[in-house]
Design a protein around this ligand. Structure first.
Ligand SMILES: Cc1ncc(COP(=O)(O)O)c(C=O)c1O
Length: 450
């Protein structure tokens, strides 16, 4: 390594930290938190403050946040307008339930619906992406009277029993009954799949697999098909162009509804569009969203058409915290900030800059097998051999650790853990993006060639 990358200057000073040490916190976690929760990095870091695209540890050391709390901090840590909206609501009323009228939930629904195309005008608020997907599947079954559900291999839709059924990674599935009625279609992966990026018909060929699965694996009538527009946890795998348009046609011909899981791809992150599904030129029947919708608060939503929404009124359905006034006030502020600060446009510009920089690195480092994604949802897949595409999982872990050492926090994903995931808050600057590429370059150099 020839130099040490330098973080762009920032005049924000974090408050001095005087709480328990990282060692004490680690001990408390071991003693009192489920062993199922895990931490990043061999030596875990403790984050005690956030400001825009930066995070601070207990010593005041600053890091560039390249993953945004798993694609959740959309407009920046502790954004003043979002914080103000939440604080004002905290001082007014925190919880009512939807049993009483309150302005926040109704106004948020109106403002969110205004961001949706077509007839997607009815919202149901919940608290997490898993809950949103559970509800979307139940609504589809209730609305169509059908049972079978199609999802994609390598997808991630959550960890509740219902969402775990949709998720398609053995590592995230418990050995318990959960897959009733859910089947997974072949992943339309242009890098690893049978039809690659050179094949102009790849999208159509992969979509044919949806029809095959309906014909060979179901009664011929399905309730729903759910897909992320860019698979997030699966290692930033984008869908081939034209794929969703044809897949949706097959699903609708079998009586099914089409669900877009926008938990990671929504709210301008893909840069060219506000919603990921728009990059595929489709309008889903149901859209699920979480993470970035609240910039870090527990908020999620299912948005659908009035006709489909009606199916849920056949029984009593209630969610205690769904539509909570504080979460909704925060969600409303997020929508405003995305527009006011032109964060979708920034995602596009910074995404193009990062992609060009990372593609430049792929000419220098043989470890890089693929650079992909849209806007600020990017993935860099590492392989030990570009011909065989052998996953470079150990090298990926080493690069990931080195990035932290150099002041950059990113994510890691894909079934084999060999893809670097870059999904920062949408407010990162050009100088931050240069720093990020510089760090990845130095980290790759430190690991060496395969
Ligand atoms: C695409 C997608 N859908 C759903 C979920 C589940 O969201 P939650 O963890 O809020 O339940 C996730 C979480 O990572 C996700 O990435």
């Amino acid at each position: 390594m020839t130099h040490t990358p330098t973080l762009p200057p920032c005049d924000f000073q974090p408050a001095p930290y005087c709480g328990p040490s990282p060692a004490e916190i680690l001990a408390l976690r071991k003693q009192h938190l489920s062993p199922a929760i895990f931490h990043y990095y061999k030596s875990p870091i403790m984050i005690v403050q956030g400001h825009q695209q930066y995070l601070f540890d207990e010593t005041g050391r600053r890091y560039l946040d390249g993953i945004g709390g798993i694609v959740t901090v959309s407009v920046g840590h502790c954004h003043p307008e979002v914080t103000k909206a939440a604080q004002e609501q905290q001082q007014t009323i925190v919880h009512t339930t939807t049993l009483y009228l309150n302005p926040q939930v109704a106004l948020f629904a109106q403002e969110l619906a205004a961001k949706m195309p077509g007839d997607l005008k009815v919202c149901y608020f919940v608290n997490s992406g898993s809950e949103a997907n559970d509800l979307a599947i139940m609504m589809s079954r209730a609305a169509t009277g059908n049972y079978d559900v199609l999802a994609l291999r390598n997808g991630y839709h959550g960890g509740s029993p219902g969402a775990m059924a949709l998720t398609s990674h053995h590592t995230w599935k418990f050995n318990v009954p959960h897959t009733f009625g859910v089947q997974h279609a072949v992943l339309p992966d242009l890098y690893r799949g049978p039809f690659g990026s050179q094949d102009a018909q790849a999208g159509s060929k992969y979509a044919q697999e949806i029809r095959n699965l309906i014909q060979f694996g179901t009664s011929g009538q399905v309730a729903a098909f759910i897909a992320e527009t860019i698979q997030g946890v699966g290692g930033t795998v984008p869908l081939p162009s034209g794929y969703l348009r044809e897949a949706y046609t097959h699903v609708r011909a079998a009586g099914g509804l089409c669900i877009a899981d926008e938990v990671q791809t929504g709210f301008g992150r893909t840069g060219t569009h506000y919603w990921g599904f728009e990059t595929q030129g489709v309008i889903p029947d149901i859209v699920t969203m979480a993470k970035g919708i609240g910039n870090g608060c527990p908020l999620a939503a299912v948005v659908t058409t009035p006709a489909i929404a009606k199916a849920l009124a056949n029984r009593i359905h209630f969610n205690t915290f769904g539509g909570n006034p504080v979460s909704c006030a925060q969600g409303r502020a997020v929508l405003r900030v995305i527009d006011q600060e032109r964060l979708q446009e920034n995602s596009h510009a910074r995404g193009e800059q990062l992609k060009a920089g990372l593609l430049g690195l792929s000419r220098k480092h043989q470890l890089i097998g693929d650079v992909r994604g849209l806007g600020l949802m990017l993935g860099v897949e590492l392989v030990t051999d570009r011909a065989t595409k052998e996953p470079a999982s150990a090298q990926c872990a080493a690069v990931f650790e080195k990035c932290k050492e150099l002041g950059l926090l990113i994510g890691k994903g894909g079934l084999m853990g060999n893809t670097l995931r870059i999904k920062p808050p949408m407010c990162i600057t050009a100088a931050d993006a240069d720093f990020l590429v510089d760090v990845v370059d130095c980290a790759l150099a430190s690991v060496g060639e395969p």
